[in-house]
Write a protein that binds this ligand. Structure first.
Ligand SMILES: *Cc1c(COP(=O)(O)O)cnc(C)c1O
Ligand code: SF4
Length: 349
């Protein structure tokens, strides 16, 4: 199916979801209650990856009554606090997030931007100019991440408008898009789109694979088109209980990503988003996963494990500490197999 047709046939109501799974017992009333809080949205392609109720794909898109349990925050990262205009979050000195739309191919139940996603009033279309002006007036910004929602859900024309608008800003060096489209609607990545994007280098895409089963022939085709257009691809995974909180699953995911030319960039500890506590794992689990990756697969495949600090503290990388002992004379380190090695702390002359 062509991507626009997949979007047209998207399951976006509790009734349609129940109809899609005639063999499974879904509670319509419960779905309706959750849908009111954060809408259901999943296209036929991503639905086709589900093998059985409760699997790693299902959990990402099918509502769960635990989403209504009051825990967490609407804006766990304090993004609004770092926004002087509605659609730009400017937290770090030299880079900014630029929100251009509110829609995605699927609505992930754990989404950090639930407060904006799915709500057409949260990121109004007519605000583009205001965001561009803000970036133009801040010469310290040299790197912009186009975000949303999902920017690649827009038409080719609209995407080019945004990207070319940014490219016309003299002080901007790097343009990036954060998008789950290569994973959740890979059919959207067309030669025409790539032809547009490659005109605006240096241009990067960070995508969001969470599970090895999301790496399919379709996603591989999409990533190849992008990589062949010279676009470096990175991946940001969210550590999710029951989805990918397992060392073997993560190892397989990272290996599969490298094989389709996607560089694992971040693993996020799940943010404290409202109603997502059932997705959260212990930090210990995250550290265990990073330990299981380091040394066991290429350094290329080992992402930074980060906790995005509440209240706008930003991303903080945490890693299992290999330093056993450190003094003026020597440092004692543990390698990936658990063996200890010492190394002189400073040169002798
Ligand atoms: C993650 C993030 C960025 C980009 O961070 P990088 O580490 O450069 O990828 C920029 N702004 C905000 C607010 C972010 O959360
Ligand atoms: S694709 Fe990204 S922004 Fe959209 S619902 Fe999923 S996590 Fe949120």
């Amino acid at each position: 199916m062509e991507w626009k047709e997949l979007v047209r046939n998207t399951v976006n109501s509790p009734e349609k979801l129940v109809d899609h799974f005639p063999d499974f017992e879904l509670d319509l009333e419960e779905l309706k209650r959750v849908h009111e809080e954060f809408p259901i949205r999943v296209n036929p392609y991503y639905l086709s990856l589900i093998r059985e109720p409760g699997d790693a794909i299902w959990k990402q898109v099918v509502p769960d009554s635990r989403e209504l349990v009051p825990n967490g925050y609407d804006d766990p990262l304090g993004e609004e606090g770092d926004s002087q205009v509605l659609n730009v979050t400017h937290r770090y000195p030299d880079r900014a997030l630029f929100y251009v739309n509110y829609m995605c191919p699927i609505y992930c139940r754990f989404c950090t931007r639930k407060r904006k996603v799915g709500d057409p009033y949260s990121i109004p279309n007519d605000n583009l100019e205001r965001g561009l002006n803000y970036i133009r007036e801040h010469p310290e910004i040299r790197d912009v991440i186009i975000s949303g929602g999902d920017p690649l859900m827009m038409t080719d024309r609209r995407i080019e408008q945004v990207v070319s608008g940014l490219r016309s800003i003299e002080h901007l060096e790097i343009i990036r898009i954060g998008s789950r489209v290569p994973v959740t609607l890979p059919q959207r990545i067309t030669p025409e789109l790539c032809k547009i994007l490659k005109r605006y280098h240096p241009f990067y895409i960070n995508t969001h694979f969470n599970h090895p089963r999301e790496v399919t022939a379709e996603t591989e085709r999409a990533c190849s088109l992008l990589a062949d257009a010279g676009i470096p691809l990175g991946n940001q995974t969210v550590l999710l209980r029951g989805v990918n909180d397992d060392t073997e699953i993560m190892k397989e995911l990272m290996k599969k990503l490298l094989a389709i030319r996607v560089k694992p960039y971040y693993i996020y500890q799940a943010d404290l988003v409202f109603g997502t506590d059932h997705f959260r794992t212990s930090v210990e689990k995250g550290l265990e996963i990073v330990s299981a990756l380091r040394g066991h697969i290429s350094g290329l495949g080992v992402p930074h494990y980060v906790i995005d600090a509440p209240n706008g503290g930003g991303k903080i990388a945490v890693s299992p500490d290999p330093v056993i002992n450190f003094n003026e004379k020597e440092i004692t380190l543990r390698n990936y197999e658990g063996n200890l090695y010492t190394y002189p702390s400073s040169p002798t002359c």
